[in-house]
Design a protein around this ligand. Structure first.
Ligand SMILES: Nc1ncnc2c1ncn2[C@@H]1O[C@H](COP(=O)(O)OP(=O)(O)O)[C@@H](O)[C@H]1O
Ligand SMILES: [Mg+2]
Length: 300
């Protein structure tokens, strides 16, 4: 890894515990500008926790998190975040929902909604990008799930976040809409040159949308041994550079694609298969690993 490069996201030796439970264990992660980083892992491995740390919603128990060269200390609207649901305010129109962040961050939130100004032009431009120019006066309940998530994307993008953080954003959508939005996201990522951190528990989705695939898992072994008092948390057990942009979902039927998914499933999702920390598949050029003396006794 090139340590002189300023990365969008940089984490070293990050640990997160809730009481006695260690959820994230010595996480090392560096994400470059322009990457569409897909993070996949079994339920409960700590994906959402990692996202909350990057967002600054919670502090790590150990280690520092650096976004664009600055340490993270509090939540920042500049890191746009999109959840599976609930990011839209039901009593606001599509346009008002998109303008909301601007209003709140300006300190002039009590003023009437703007009728004609810079923000409005910007909001309209983002709504056009997410193909919702015709729905600006609708309310969230009048929209399909896919449209609601596109509003949420415009709502985040208007704040020009250095990183767009997405936690299972398409998880509540039906399979066809989900696939449409996967393609939509890829298109947007490519044209807008965004840096995206995309969390999903759906392996096929992660392999399809990612330019990089990170696998977070609690299923692995190290030199701390297997006794019950080893309090092991999620770790990045695989890290791949993926084929650059796909424009069709046909690849999902491809044998190599399916084989790759099986490999990743075994590496991260199979409790009986536990790779040793020294044997992780960390192929991505930005990947790095700092093992503690306990994790890696042989070499210390
Ligand atoms: N605020 C919290 N307090 C205690 N335990 C938590 C808290 N948040 C998450 N956890 C625990 O941390 C683990 C990882 O949770 P989470 O990050 O939500 O996993 P994922 O998103 O991968 O499904 C789970 O065992 C969960 O119960
Ligand atoms: Mg989660």
């Amino acid at each position: 890894m090139d340590t002189n490069k300023i990365n969008k996201i940089y984490l070293q030796d990050i640990e997160k515990c809730y009481g006695d439970k260690r959820v994230l264990d010595n996480i090392d992660l560096s994400v470059s500008t322009g990457e569409l980083c897909a993070l996949v892992g079994p339920s409960g491995c700590g994906k959402s926790t990692l996202l909350r740390l990057i967002l600054g919603q919670e502090p790590p128990t150990k280690g520092n998190i650096i976004i664009e060269g600055s340490p993270v200390s509090f939540p920042d609207h500049n890191r746009g975040i999109i959840f599976q649901k609930y990011s839209l305010f039901p009593h606001l129109s599509v346009l008002e929902n998109v303008l909301l962040g601007k209003r709140l961050s300006s300190g002039r939130w009590w003023l009437p909604w703007p009728k004609n100004n810079e923000w409005l032009d910007e909001a309209m431009a983002y709504l056009e990008q997410v193909r919702l120019s015709d729905a600006i006066n609708k309310f969230p309940y009048e929209l399909s799930g896919g449209m609601q998530q596109r509003v949420a994307i415009a709502q985040a993008l208007i704040m020009k976040p250095p990183v767009l953080l997405m936690d299972e954003p398409f998880g509540a959508l039906d399979p066809d809409t989900r696939e449409d939005l996967q393609l939509f996201l890829l298109d947007l990522w490519e044209t807008e040159k965004l840096t995206i951190f995309f969390i999903t528990h759906d392996l096929e989705e992660a392999c399809f949308v990612g330019s990089r695939l990170l696998v977070l898992s609690q299923y692995y072994s190290d030199d701390r041994g297997e006794s019950y008092n080893v309090n092991r948390g999620g770790k990045i057990v695989a890290d791949y550079q993926l084929e650059s942009v796909v424009s069709s979902t046909e690849i999902k039927q491809n044998t190599n694609f399916k084989d790759f998914i099986s490999t990743v499933r075994e590496e991260g999702f199979e409790p009986r298969v536990r790779q040793h920390v020294r044997d992780f598949n960390l192929h991505h050029p930005d990947s790095f690993q700092t093992l503690t003396a306990e994790e890696n006794r042989v070499h210390n």
